[in-house]
Design a protein. Structure first.
Length: 478
């Protein structure tokens, strides 16, 4: 606590020195946090005429100058001065941050008046002893600086603690967009979509995306990003079902803002020299993938022969998810052979693999099953001794898919595109030879039989599956 008379309190930025008035401002009313053992430096800008008297107190106890505490009061004619109190064995007066350096003081006032009697004089202030004076004590050094072995000084973060004021609430604001989404956008089927907008607001807004009022999130198809105020939505290849109204919404504690874009997908144009242009044919698989068992930790290659069309694209899938080419999974083309090379097989690589070839005319595919054998572990039963294999047939011809198991299964069932095949239909034949051999046959294949098939075997110890596919072409397509 500090008392000054006469006293006028107001911010320094708006204060002008009136006649016969004093000023007290600065750190009064603020809380200071310091570590135990560190110095405390409290400075109060002050001026006035007539000359004000001042004193310091802790609680209701007046602070007197001592070995641990130094109190000084400097009065300036035109500028506020600094009153310094320390709680350390060393200290010098320093200028408050962001205030101009004080000019030469006109008057120096000691907080303890001199005695006029013959009694012992009061102790002199110990705020700034000279470095050259032989006081018998160690030399004081400037606050906030430390000396190295050469005697030079450098700033020390641990010695200087600056008071940080809270952020100015006047700078906060609700969310908004300095760059909005285009109101309408039209792109062609198969092209890339990239929507971007610039978000502003304080506190930092949270961003969310919607399509036709339904929330969307990042996936294998949609890539959402938000960094340094830039929000983006990317779809590498759009389809007609991606058409709709896209909305980016920004929200913080002060409000919500949104920007919308209506996306229209235009039909893909036929190209004479494009992939599957006019006059081209549907791709045809002439040598299908083979299911197999692979040892954990070894390399493996899947191979598929494709012909028929002059232009087409090929993509590989694992458990219906596209495999991105990488050092672990390499796409290789050798003439009409299309290979997927797996550098090192891991247990999670087990499952269904599909090779798809497509152009503007249509698509064809081949599927197989990869079983990973882990050393020291038993095979999952009932294990396959002979796997079914994908086929390409001419419409009206028969297709047969035989399988064989190592042990007798309790039940064998067949599925097409995830749904059970109707075993009561006269179009299909289900055969069994002995206890371990089974077969599924379609005597007269139709275009509706094209699809992905699975055979599932069940036993007391669990179940196993194997995948295969069927492609049906007309005579003109082959």
């Amino acid at each position: 606590m500090m008392v000054a008379a006469p006293l006028t309190t107001m911010p320094l930025s708006s204060w002008t020195r009136p006649p016969d008035a004093g000023c007290l401002d600065g750190l009064l009313g603020k809380k200071l946090k310091v570590r135990a053992g560190e110095p405390i430096d409290i400075k109060i800008p002050m001026s006035g005429a007539p000359q004000p008297a001042c004193e310091w107190s802790k609680g209701k106890t007046k602070i007197e100058p001592s070995k641990r505490t130094s109190v000084s009061c400097l009065l300036f004619t035109f500028h506020p001065c600094c009153i310094t109190i320390t709680s350390d064995r060393r200290y010098l007066e320093t200028t408050i941050k962001d205030l101009p350096a004080p000019p030469t003081p006109a008057v120096k006032v000691d907080t303890v008046p001199k005695k006029t009697t013959k009694a012992a004089p009061a102790p002199a202030p110990a705020a700034a002893p000279s470095k050259t004076e032989d006081t018998g004590k160690r030399t004081l050094k400037p606050y906030g600086k430390r000396q190295d072995s050469t005697g030079s000084t450098s700033r020390s973060r641990s010695a200087t603690k600056e008071l940080e004021l809270p952020p100015d609430d006047s700078l906060m604001g609700p969310p908004g967009f300095s760059g909005e989404l285009p109101p309408n956008l039209s792109i062609k089927d198969g092209e890339m979509l990239c929507l971007k907008c610039t978000v502003k607001g304080d506190p930092e807004p949270q961003v969310s995306w919607f399509k036709d009022s339904e929330s969307i999130s990042s996936s294998d198809i949609i890539d959402l990003k938000y960094r340094q105020g830039l929000a983006s939505l990317t779809i590498n290849e759009v389809f007609p079902e991606d058409e709709g109204v896209y909305c980016c919404k920004a929200t913080n504690s002060l409000g919500t803002a949104e920007t919308k874009c209506t996306l229209k997908i235009m039909p893909m144009e036929q190209q004479m020299n494009g992939k599957g242009g006019k006059g081209d044919k549907l791709p045809r698989i002439t040598d299908h993938l083979k299911s197999s068992e692979v040892q954990d930790g070894t390399s493996h290659t899947l191979s598929c022969k494709i012909g028929g069309a002059s232009k087409f694209d090929v993509v590989w899938l694992h458990n219906e998810k596209e495999i991105k080419p990488s050092k672990d999974f390499q796409y290789v083309t050798e003439g009409d052979k299309y290979l997927l090379k797996i550098a090192e097989v891991f247990p999670e690589d087990a499952g269904t693999y599909t090779c798809e070839a497509f152009n503007d005319i249509g698509e064809t595919f081949s599927s197989c099953t990869l079983t990973v054998i882990i050393p020291g572990e038993d095979k999952k039963q009932p294990a396959f001794k002979k796997y079914p294999r994908s086929q390409t047939v001419v419409e009206g011809k028969a297709a047969s898919f035989p399988v064989k198991f190592e042990k007798e299964p309790q039940k064998v069932s067949w599925l097409k595109d995830g749904k059970p095949v109707d075993e009561t239909s006269p179009r299909y034949k289900f055969m069994q030879e002995g206890k371990k051999e089974f077969a599924f046959e379609i005597p007269n294949c139709l275009p509706t039989d094209v699809g992905q098939y699975i055979v599932k075997a069940t036993s007391k110890k669990g179940e196993t599956t194997a995948a295969f596919s069927l492609n049906v072409h007309s005579a003109d397509e082959l």
